[in-house]
Design a protein around this ligand. Structure first.
Ligand code: BG6
Length: 507
């Protein structure tokens, strides 16, 4: 059986017996995403009957109180209906261990609790550790697990899921990789990027490589440019503390946006095996031309939102957000023009944009094709005709649309632009999901395809490092866009200069 067949054969199969150890179990991520995702996996019968969850947190609680808390919270957090009987069944597998992550005693206690679970729940020494903690704890937790003998794979498999942020720049990402690799094999490290858990993101691979009609057009000969927008309407909410040290560029670009660029730009992999796919993704990210310092000045845009009171509703500016420095120079908007140095994409700009407090929540990828030669329509009014666009709608709309020209009905030859739409929900129905279900299940199955490898993470940081350096060296005049707008005017100008415009900001 080849590896693709192995991959296909396991789709829909329950996980092997194992324990999921969650560090940071009392945090938001666990409550909002991880536990609801596990509930959905239980609902789809994708968890082994010999599966257990062991939460480690610093709150003084025991298993009973933790179960009560989850029973009360999960129905509010999980998208879709929750069946009380199934929830009870899941809760029966949930356990709690109180302690500080830097206390060696906790890892001793963890070892005995895991040994107990191996006996009582028959989990067979297979453990995976989810680091849902602040990034400062990542390497220390792994080191302590290693010292306690809990990363050795002689009795079962041992894996570690590492959340973002993975470093705060190229050097710190490399240093974190080195530290993790001191204690773990690369194949034990699952660096999560929740964008890869989104159905519509996974669909990019299916769309490109399971259809014969688009791939022949997927290159510089037919494509004029690519736009990737991740626009959010929310501000920084309660995360001012983290965000003010991060900013839009670090928070979104080396990870989520690079994943999207790589899936759009990669060459077809030789199989859907983890390393075959990730080799091609890594190559695509490495092909991105590093921006020289002077290009950062012309080809990137940063912004920070200021207050707004449009429509009679007052919205605070970034500097007034809780736990944000009132003179902060952190950007909440970033846009850039990148080029890939390879035969497929030479001279095809990739425009990237992300920001908070923008006019609409909208994540999409636009593939804009070159204009048709209009010779045939020499005598018809076609100046306004839009070029063909293929739009992959990631969220909140999920689907695709193809824009093309059509003859308007009537006795004269007049053209109009129309969109042919495909909506995920309308075609396949909605399956309640947090986006973490597939990723957790994949980790249990040992499939790392949708996780980032060390070289991908470093390549992503490599792209943005000069931008970080130049932006740090040259202070910006902030705030420079109004909450609820489409970002600073320079963002529109970045494309207008090239005779182009953002799809939702027509020029
Ligand atoms: C997170 C960022 O990784 O992604 C947040 O830290 C951002 O700042 C979020 O809001 C966006 O995710 P999604 O799934 O809502 O697009």
């Amino acid at each position: 059986m080849n590896s693709d067949m192995v991959n296909l054969a396991r789709i829909g199969k329950p996980s092997p017996p194992c324990v999921m150890v969650i560090f940071g179990v009392a945090g938001d991520l666990t409550r909002r995403k991880l536990l609801p995702a596990l509930y959905h996996l239980a609902h789809h019968r994708l968890l082994s009957p010999d599966f257990a969850i062991l939460g480690v947190g610093h709150k003084a609680m025991n298993t009973d109180t933790f179960r009560k808390q989850v029973r009360a919270e999960l129905p509010q957090m999980a998208p879709g209906a929750v069946d009380p009987a199934l929830l009870d069944e899941l809760l029966g597998r949930v356990h709690y261990l109180a302690g500080e992550f830097d206390d060696p005693g906790v890892y001793e206690a963890l070892r005995s609790r895991l040994a107990e679970l191996d006996l009582t729940e028959n989990t067979r020494g297979n453990y995976f550790y989810y680091l849902a903690t602040g990034p400062d704890h990542f390497a220390n937790i792994v080191e302590r697990l290693h010292i306690a003998g809990l990363t050795r794979q002689d009795e079962g498999w041992r894996r570690v899921i590492v959340e973002k942020p993975f470093g705060s720049g190229l050097e710190s990402a490399k240093a974190l990789n080195r530290r993790l690799q001191e204690f773990l094999e690369e194949s034990q490290i699952y660096r999560i990027d929740h964008y890869l858990g989104k159905e519509t993101v996974q669909n990019i691979l299916a769309f490109r490589f399971a259809n014969g009609i688009f791939e022949p057009l997927w290159n510089r000969q037919y494509i004029d440019h690519v736009q990737i927008s991740v626009a959010e309407t929310v501000g920084v909410e309660q995360r001012g503390n983290y965000y003010d040290h991060s900013g839009a560029l670090r928070d979104m670009v080396p990870n989520h946006l690079m994943q999207l660029v790589s899936l759009i730009a990669m060459e077809p992999p030789i199989s859907f095996q983890a390393d075959a796919v990730r080799d091609e993704q890594a190559k695509a990210i490495r092909a991105i031309q590093p921006l020289a310092a002077e290009r950062v000045l012309t080809d990137t845009v940063r912004g920070q939102y200021g207050e707004s009171s449009t429509g009679g509703q007052w919205v605070s500016g970034y500097r007034q957000e809780p736990r944000v420095d009132p003179e902060s120079s952190t950007e909440t908007f970033a846009a850039m023009k990148l080029h890939l140095d390879n035969w497929r994409w030479a001279d095809v700009p990739f425009y990237l944009r992300t920001g908070k407090r923008l006019q609409a929540r909208n994540t999409h990828i636009v593939i804009q094709f070159r204009r048709a030669p209009f010779v045939l329509f020499r005598d018809t009014p076609v100046e306004d005709l839009s070029p063909n666009q293929l739009v992959l709608h990631i969220q909140p709309e999920e689907g695709m649309s193809l824009r093309f020209a059509a003859k308007r009905p009537g006795p004269v030859m007049r053209l109009g632009t129309v969109d042919m739409d495909f909506e995920y929900g309308a075609t396949f129905g909605q399956v309640p999901s947090t986006g973490y279900e597939r990723l957790l299940h994949d980790c249990m199955m040992g499939d790392a395809t949708l996780f980032q490898r060390s070289d991908m993470v470093e390549a992503g940081w490599g792209v943005v490092q000069t931008i970080l350096d130049v932006w740090k060296a040259i202070p910006a005049k902030f705030p420079n866009y109004q909450a609820g707008s489409w970002g600073p005017k320079e963002s529109a100008a970045l494309l207008e200069r090239d005779g182009r415009c953002w799809r939702d900001f027509p020029c």
